[in-house]
Design a protein around this ligand. Structure first.
Ligand code: ACM
Ligand code: ZN
Length: 542
């Protein structure tokens, strides 16, 4: 070995030793409590997975993940106790009630592994931890016959800090296919993230089939070219006529929702309004203000589409859309956007100005609040809760709305009894550069968000009084895709930052340890490599 390599090896070895001292496993996010026990358990060709009927689906997913690399069949049997040495038991029996709806216990002894939890969600998270205790090659799609599939003996007791552990993907600026979205869900599941915010609608594309308004996708899902000054060959999302874009059918959506549910992920659909609505208005211009200007930013323009708040037909249109959307997504929340509403069209519209007058509103900000309150009634009538970006607070937050804080208002909303999700740009905007040397990075929107800063994110606002902390549901990373025209680049922007976000959302603050997290992230790179995921290497300077 050259001296430099020897030095590197020594440094790596000491990093590993240090890491083991603080956090003895390579699991991301770090579990709340880990106790190492001497010995190992080895998976064998005849290892079975024992699971009751309600846990069968989770057992199938575990077996499917274990099979390719090991080549073992992993028969699934319904049983309530370890049958013979060498089995993996998933059980809700005698679960610790103090671990909440998502907590679990994982016990690995020389004779087998037991995941015990009160709910299928907890069981699922236990299996994710089990996977991360195995040699990293377990994530390979190819057989790895030389690997001994040993798991260190361990007792883990774990539960999440926050209930909302979110990731948002913008599929409007660029379209990502159903298998690509499912890959995002798989990777979220690995890190125990549970909320996928699907940004389905924006100025540059409408991505969800609405039966009553077929032009939303026939027209709104397509554009002339890739836009944003990007090379036409930076993406493959063209139809046979060379149009750029795509959309999900309602059947696609149902399948993605089921795929997510199997991985304990709830999907929050976002149907943007009243702004960022150019794609819808390209298809149905009658719901914009008369004489409205729309010239899209990707073509150098500044006026973005806004629905006309003075026109009753706009509300019928949106009600009809939302009543289809709610049938597709079983989750509690419906995100209606509400950010960056370009008020110029409202100022120049007689109908909007008349509405301001007849409703005794002060200005266009209050007009947006009026708009949001009307939409909230529709959303509530379907049994759902409205959530929107920071700006829905301006002019008064709708009575039962939740706020997604990207530019403030989270602490104030929580203190007035509203639930909030924290996704401040400073810590959560994964479209920002990961390095100061931007020339060495794929083109991004700007900003600077290195891994360490994500790891420093604290979802609880410092100024929020303790009695309101329960209103902070959790933290979420957002990936806007103006400059991200293909899925390889999506992955590059997600990783390794998503691991940091996951740890912020899941692990107790006391378990957070930057040095240790880095060493786990270095190991995690091998997992991502085995999965074929494109990530930004930790060794690159930020
Ligand atoms: C946003 O980033 N405009 C919510
Ligand atoms: Zn108008």
């Amino acid at each position: 070995m050259k001296p430099k390599k020897i030095l590197t090896a020594i440094v790596l070895a000491s990093v590993c030793i240090l890491a083991r001292a603080a956090n003895p496993t390579a699991i991301i996010p770090a579990p709340a409590k880990v106790e190492m026990v001497p010995g190992t358990f080895q998976l064998r060709a005849d290892t079975r997975i024992l699971a009751g009927p309600d846990l069968r689906a989770t057992a199938e997913l575990l077996a499917a993940r274990l099979r390719p690399a090991t080549g073992f069949k992993f028969k699934i049997k319904s049983a309530e106790a370890i049958g013979s040495a060498g089995d993996i038991l998933l059980t809700t029996k005698d679960a610790n009630p103090n671990l909440g709806a998502e907590g679990y216990e994982l016990s690995v002894t020389t004779t087998g592994a037991v995941v015990r939890a009160a709910t299928p969600a907890g069981i699922f998270y236990g299996t994710q931890s089990l996977l991360q205790l195995l040699p990293l090659e377990i994530f390979s799609a190819q057989p790895a016959p030389a690997v001994a599939w040993t798991i260190p003996c361990v007792a883990i007791s774990d539960s999440p800090r926050f209930a909302w552990r979110g990731f948002m993907l913008d599929v409007s600026r660029h379209f990502f296919t159903k298998p690509e979205v499912e890959q995002v869900l798989d990777l979220m599941a690995l890190y125990k993230l549970n909320t996928f915010h699907w940004h389905l609608v924006d100025d540059q594309g409408w991505r969800i089939e609405i039966k009553k308004y077929p032009k939303l996708t026939a027209v709104g899902a397509w554009r002339d070219g890739v836009g944003f000054g990007l090379a036409s060959n930076s993406t493959t999302a063209y139809d046979k006529n060379g149009r750029y874009g795509g959309f999900y059918t309602q059947r696609d959506i149902r399948e993605v929702v089921a795929y997510a549910a199997a991985r304990q992920i709830t999907i929050v659909p976002e149907i943007e309004m009243p702004g960022h609505s150019s794609a819808a208005l390209k298809a149905y211009p009658q719901f914009g203000c008369p004489n409205a200007r729309i010239d899209l930013p990707e073509k150098g323009g500044v006026f973005k589409g806004v629905y006309c708040a003075g026109n009753e037909a706009t509300f019928d249109f949106l009600e009809n859309i939302l009543s289809e959307v709610v049938t597709l997504f079983p989750g509690k929340y419906l995100h209606i956007g509400g950010d960056e509403v370009d008020k110029a069209n409202w100022r120049n519209c007689d109908a909007c100005q008349l509405r301001i007058k007849t409703e005794n509103l002060k200005d266009e900000k209050e007009l947006q609040a009026y708009f949001t309150r009307r939409i909230e009634k529709i959303v509530n009538a379907h049994g759902k809760t409205l959530i929107g970006w920071s700006e829905i607070r301006e002019g008064g937050l709708a009575p039962s709305a939740a706020l997604m804080d990207w530019i403030g208002g989270g602490a104030e909303s929580a203190a007035s009894g509203h639930d909030v999700v924290m996704s401040p740009t400073k810590y959560c905007y994964f479209d920002f550069y990961q390095a100061t040397n931007q020339t060495a990075e794929p083109k991004a929107i700007g900003g600077y968000l290195p891994l360490k800063r994500v790891y420093q994110f604290e979802p609880l606002p410092a100024k929020l009084a303790p009695e309101f902390r329960a209103h902070v549901l959790g933290g979420q990373a957002n990936l806007w895709t103006e400059y991200i025209p293909n899925f390889r680049q999506v992955e590059y922007m997600m990783f390794p930052r998503l691991g940091a976000l996951a740890e912020v959302d899941w692990s107790p603050p006391a378990a957070r340890d930057w040095e240790n997290f880095q060493s786990r992230t270095a190991l995690n790179e091998m997992r991502l490599a085995a999965l074929g995921v494109n990530y930004r290497a930790l060794s690159k300077p930020d």
